[in-house]
Design a binder for this molecule. Structure first.
Ligand code: FAD
Length: 387
């Protein structure tokens, strides 16, 4: 058992931390409030190779794994810059294409994903299906060599800043009623694809959208993989990296919030010469949150290690547990930090309440805490499926 990072991973962590701190939470908030994106940070991270750490070297990436990408997600978040699109473009889209795309798709998309010049977002959620993706209603029909896609997607992040969206559809002739998913790389400007922005109560430079697909015509090569059989494994290939990186982002956010609060409570004095942090009523909740964040980090490390070792099934269990733990820990840490800062906690200046919406959403998306508990009850505890 080894809890140490390799020297290369250590270097990567320090370098990403330095980059994140150079931008900082003030930059993140300013962009979000102006309705802009964190484009400068994204491109700089891309140029420095941080967005492509998990992409094979032959396509311009760093040749690392999800462990390295999780470090990038965590350290940027720990600097106050939790970039949701890291979870979508390098974690989901790049993994799916690297592992299940055709040679042509790898050559076409991976170099741009690696240097950050291209973003591919991910669309699975639908208004009717919700958490039950066996009910997906977005249908792909063949029309000669082409495909026609129709359906609706919701809460899709980053469509306005992406070149393509990886759409999860189902093939029309799946008579069994079982999910036969098919993934398509759809240009965001494809005729028939329209979007409307959702108003979300999250302070974020990234936006969520409703997507309408109305007979979107795609060439045969838009289908991910060599055949329809690639669909299910391709979909599952993206889920573990998604859970692990979103967990890492949550852990980083938790660290950030606890650090902000600890700095404050160690110096703030309102009762004589004692800091408010010397009162256990203030310090213990922060210490408790720090324990929860650290526990989540351990599980993230385990999940990423298992995933990178190719142990997908075990990584699925650990990845779900890591996502659950980090989602809860991040929400606890930010809420605790706000409380410890008192009135300052609710100001923009102190930069913790600005994260309340994001960490709250982290208990719902990309998979809710209830669905993870269902998964653990069924697959770890051997309980009958309850739904
Ligand atoms: C900020 C944000 C960004 C997002 N980005 C994306 C994106 O880029 N791409 C994408 O495809 N999706 C995205 N989503 C969607 C997200 O993945 C879904 O919101 C999430 O999976 C939950 O689905 P739902 O909202 O339809 O909830 P529902 O399925 O309607 O569930 C509602 C509530 O009921 C609970 N519930 C449902 N079924 C059960 C059950 N069987 N047992 C116990 N509890 C249950 C759920 O846990 C939840 O609390 C995003 C969402 C948010 C908030």
């Amino acid at each position: 058992m080894n809890f140490d990072l390799t020297p290369e991973q250590d270097q990567l962590r320090d370098a990403v931390r330095a980059l994140g701190r150079r931008y900082g939470h003030g930059y993140f908030v300013e962009k979000a409030k102006a309705g802009e994106h964190t484009t400068e940070l994204w491109h700089e991270a891309g140029r420095l190779g941080y967005l492509g750490v998990n992409i094979p070297t032959e396509y311009g990436g760093g040749g690392g794994g999800i462990t390295e990408l999780a470090l990038v997600c965590e350290e940027l978040a720990a600097a106050g810059c939790p970039l949701l699109l890291l979870v979508v473009s390098p974690a989901i889209a790049a993994t799916v294409i690297a592992r299940h795309g055709t040679d042509e798709q790898r050559k076409r998309h991976l170099p741009g994903l690696a240097d950050g010049s291209q973003k591919i977002v991910f669309a699975i959620t639908e208004p009717e299906a919700g958490s039950n993706f066996h009910r997906l209603g977005t249908v792909a029909r063949r029309d000669g060599d082409d495909w026609l896609l129709s359906g609706r997607k919701c809460y899709i992040s980053g469509v306005d800043e992406a070149n393509q969206v990886l759409v999860v559809a189902r093939t029309e002739d799946s008579a069994t009623g079982k999910l036969k998913p098919a993934l398509f790389i759809v240009p965001t400007d494809a005729p028939g694809l329209t979007r409307s922005k959702l108003d979300m109560e999250i302070l974020s430079p990234e936006n969520q959208f409703l997507l309408y697909l109305d007979d979107v015509r795609l060439p045969a090569e838009a289908l991910v993989g060599e055949s329809l059989d690639a669909g299910l494994p391709a979909l599952f290939a993206g889920l573990n990296p998604e859970r692990i990186t979103v967990a890492a982002m949550g852990a980083g956010t938790g660290r950030y919030a606890i650090e902000r609060a600890s700095e404050y409570t160690a110096t703030r004095k309102v009762w004589g010469g004692r800091s408010i942090g010397s009162h256990q009523g203030v310090a213990h909740p922060l210490a408790h949150a720090a324990v929860q964040v650290e526990l989540a980090r351990l599980m993230i490390h385990k999940a990423a290690t298992l995933y990178d070792a190719g142990r997908d099934l075990e990584a699925g269990i650990s990845g779900n547990m890591a996502k659950y733990a980090a989602g809860e820990a991040a929400a606890l840490a930010v809420d605790t930090a706000v409380q410890a800062l008192g009135g300052a906690g609710m100001t923009t200046e102190y930069g913790v309440a600005t994260l309340l919406g994001a960490v709250r959403a982290g208990r719902i998306a990309p998979v809710s805490r209830e669905m993870i508990l269902n998964f653990v009850a069924q697959h770890v505890l051997g309980q009958d499926k309850s739904y």
